[in-house]
Structure formats: C-alpha cells, structure tokens
Design a protein around this ligand. Structure first.
Ligand SMILES: Nc1ncnc2c1ncn2[C@@H]1O[C@H](COP(=O)(O)OP(=O)(O)OP(=O)(O)O)[C@@H](O)[C@H]1O
Ligand SMILES: [Mg+2]
Length: 306
C-alpha cells in the first residue's frame, strides 16, 4: 500500500519567484523508514507541510494512505514532529502529552496509560512531572517524538528528529523508530544528518532547489565504488614497481594497498601481481562510500548539470 504519493507537486512562493518544490513525483510504501535529504532551503519542510495540509500546493497532487490530502479522516492517522517545535515551557512533560492527546481526540480514559507508555518508549518517564523549561534539547526532541505518536499514527512525519540530540539520545530515537516500523507503520523523516539517515532509513530521496534529483535505497546510493583495499602479508618496493605498470592510483600504508580498478581485468591483474610476488592476500574489501560522500557527489553533479 502507498503511504505517501506525490505527482508533479509544486509549491511557489513570492508570486513564483521561489520554487520551493518543482514537480516532485515520489512514492513511499507503508512500512518503510523514508529519509528526505537536501541542503538548507531544498524544500523538505515545504513538502511535509503540504502532506499535512498546512500549505496548499501551487500545482500537482498528492495522496496519504491512498486518500486525497483533504480527506479529514486521514489526518487522524498521521503524526507530526515539526522542525524547531516549541511547547509552552511552563508545562510539564506529561502535561504536554495530555494536551496533545486531547487535541487529537484520544479518549480521556486511555490518555493516562498512553502517556506513560509513550514516555517510557522515549525514555522520558522520569521527567513526566518536570517543567519542560528544564529539559535539554535532546529531551525536548524525545518528548516531541512521543507527542507525534500520541494518536497512534500510521504515518509519522518527523522534521529533523535528531537535531541537537547527543549520540546516546540519537540511538534511542533510532530504536524507537525501528520499533514503530516493526509494527508496520511508515516513517517519513527530513534530515541533514546523513550518517543518521544511513543507519535508520531503508529508502532515501535527495531534494535540491525544489527538485527531486535522486531516489533509491541507501545501498543504491552508496553502492560500492571500484576502489578496493587489499590486506597483504607485506608490500616490497619491487611489488610497487610491478604494480605501477597498471597505471592505477595506488596508496600503500603498512600492509594495506588501496587501488581503484576501473574494471574486473585490472582487479584480476593486481591479484596476479601480488601472487607472483608471493604476497599472501588476507582480504580484498570493496570500499563503500558513505551516504555523505554520495550526497555531496550527487549535489555537485546537479550544480554542473544546471
Ligand atoms: N512561507 C514562505 N514564504 C516564502 N518563502 C518560503 C516560505 N516557506 C519556505 N520558503 C522558501 O522555500 C524554500 C524551501 O524552504 P524549506 O523550509 O522547505 O526548506 P528545507 O529543505 O526544509 O530547509 P532546511 O534544511 O533549512 O530546514 C526556501 O527557499 C525558503 O526560503
Ligand atoms: Mg526544513
């Protein structure tokens, strides 16, 4: 089932001078953790706001759980953690959840239990009775995550959920999101933290200046380059001279050789030379690009293509 689908979705501001979204067509199936990446001002928040009905698109269409966005009932099945959210700081953590649960129409008799369960889930139960003005940024994000889940949503939109959260807190948020996914829900998150996205998301899209320039799985975007790292029993000057005949970029460090081979033939050639020099090959590991390296490369190509 499609959780989110957009077709040629555009949003223009300032009488068309700013194209915050430019013909974005994208689909997310239920049960995925989807990451929308993009530099500042790429249009990520605008897309989420349109999906939630906070903004109207200039053109194009979108559906949520296969319903048009103006279907009122569908709003009950969506949760939202806004970017830079703020709650009145005289409220206690538990009161924030209470307030949002009532707004969301959660039956009063179930609120208390739900509150306890959610605060426990985000590891904030000890802070239920503390005013949120005393909370750290990470605690506020975790409370925000609990708030976004207060109506038990099928689709969860999170705008920069790990912003300002320390590594331990980020791990807790990742664990919560995986639990949410395990029960078949869909998570759509905007993030700048590419290493985070790499760990959490199974699908990603890259938005730049309102245009969707790439979609795929994290594996597809970080597909191994043709750079290999050989762990050997030793690298002699003779061996390096022999390898030079391949006119490859080869780096040598202790017993490791790193070489970029344009094709299988070159890779086989290096293995042959190593064996001819009686070098034991302990491992050959393809060098995987990080999502960050892929992201920068894709954005650079997009600038060149303009
Ligand atoms: N209400 C608005 N009026 C005019 N321009 C706007 C409005 N909201 C957003 N924009 C512009 O639309 C573009 C996309 O903004 P958006 O907030 O969606 O980007 P973003 O990808 O979420 O950025 P960030 O990573 O900084 O959160 C930007 O150029 C922004 O200035
Ligand atoms: Mg944003």
């Amino acid at each position: 089932m499609r959780a989110i689908e957009t077709t040629d979705l555009s949003k223009h501001f300032s009488s068309g001078k700013i194209k915050a979204l430019d013909n974005v067509t994208l689909a997310v199936d239920t049960g995925h953790i989807f990451g929308l990446l993009g530099p500042n001002g790429a249009g990520k928040t605008t897309l989420v706001k349109i999906m939630l009905g906070i903004l109207n698109p200039t053109s194009g269409s979108a559906t949520l759980l296969e319903h048009p966005l103006d279907t009122i009932e569908i709003k009950e099945r969506v949760g939202y953690l806004p970017e830079n959210h703020r709650y009145p700081d005289f409220l206690k953590g538990g009161e924030v959840l209470d307030f949002y649960a009532r707004l969301a129409g959660v039956p009063a008799r179930t609120i208390e239990n739900k509150k306890k369960r959610l605060l426990k889930m985000v590891d904030m139960h000890k802070w239920e009775s503390t005013r949120i003005r005393k909370y750290s940024k990470g605690m506020m994000q975790r409370l925000g995550l609990a708030q976004a889940m207060v109506n038990d949503p099928d689709v969860l939109f999170l705008d920069e959920p790990t912003d300002g959260v320390d590594p331990f807190g980020r791990k807790q948020i990742r664990d919560v999101l995986h639990r949410v996914q395990d029960v078949g829900k869909t998570v759509f998150l905007n993030s700048h933290l590419l290493s985070e996205v790499e760990m959490i998301c199974d699908q990603v899209a890259i938005l730049d200046k309102g245009r969707l320039i790439r979609t795929g799985t994290v594996e597809e975007l970080t597909s191994p380059s043709r750079t290999f790292r050989f762990q050997t029993s030793g690298v002699s000057p003779d061996l390096l001279t022999a390898l030079k005949s391949f006119s490859l970029k080869i780096d040598c460090e202790d017993n490791y050789l790193t070489a970029t081979c344009a094709n299988q033939e070159k890779l086989n050639g290096i293995v042959d030379v190593l064996r001819k020099h009686h070098v034991d090959i302990k491992s050959i590991v393809p060098h995987k690009r990080s999502l960050e390296a892929s992201f920068i490369e894709i954005l650079k190509k997009d600038v060149v293509a303009e």
